[in-house]
Design a protein around this ligand. Sequence first.
Ligand code: AHR
Length: 346
Amino acid sequence: MKAVKRYHISTGKIAIGLLLLILLLMILGGCSLFAGYDDEAYISENENLTVVGVSQLGSESGWRTANTESVQSVFTKQNGFFLIFNNARQKQENQIKAIRSFISQRVDYIVFAPVVESGWETVLIEAKEAGIPVILMDRGVNVADKSLYITCIGSDFVEEGEKAGRWLEADLEERGTADDEINIVILKGNQGASAQTGRSIGFSTIAGTHSNWNILDQEYGDFTSAKGKEVMESFLQKYPDIDVVVSQNDDMTFGALEAIRESGRTVGIDGDITIISFDAVQEALQMVAEGTINVDIECNPNQGEYIYEAIQMLESGEEPEKRYYVEEDVYTIDNVTEELLSQRTY
Ligand code: AHR
């Protein structure tokens, strides 16, 4: 009888002990009583999503912010995507780290805007070996094996530089000063970036056909307003006779305009320094409309839709073309309308 009683008591203890053990294991494992339901819902909600890892090079300019927003607006859950976004803060090593982490997370696609053109082979080989397609956004890379990426979607930077040169030719012609000596300074973007090299090549191709265009100096302004101002200040100290500033993005132009204003010189269509800028963000277009910036060569940041299309093609077994150029315009006081200004979202 005693033995039977002892047997009943120890069964109860065992049951309670087991329950406590299960609870302890759940707590140690980071679970709650309801976690199983949440996980299931999460998995079934996300298992059909296409996972895209995006490495953005930084947030140096208004243009870059618009480019980031364009990508984030297409890779949404409603569109069937799960976006893993990383901002590399202008450092190639951060981009390489982000790409490696995308590879180890076995994402479906890698999209990245390369801060510079060179030094990508090793990590792109790793992505290829992992079977993950890579799409370049905005800027290009310099690799011998073009199969390391699927497609490159962005601007024709050489063409943008040529547009700037051709605009200057026409403007000087119109002013009747085409044969005068013209002194030019160039604010360049960050060293090694395809936006910088392309625009430099394009502009110097046109400049090279004019023996009276003197390029006094060219310095890296890293596509930022602060650096643009700093470089422009040093140009103004060194050269009292600058006629034209070619600034490879709007942010550097904003900085340069401050430096010129502080030096007492005037700019724009009624001033003594001609301003050529790139990007055509809204704030700069407003300055074009006011005659402060003479011309703005558009660089279109809305690339998300194009990347989305390329991924749709890959999903349906089609091969995208190796290169897609976004549409871009040239803006002067003659074609910046109120309508354009109100429609510009960046
Ligand atoms: O690569 C595009 C360039 O990079 C844009 O002109 C500039 O604003 C950005 O930072």
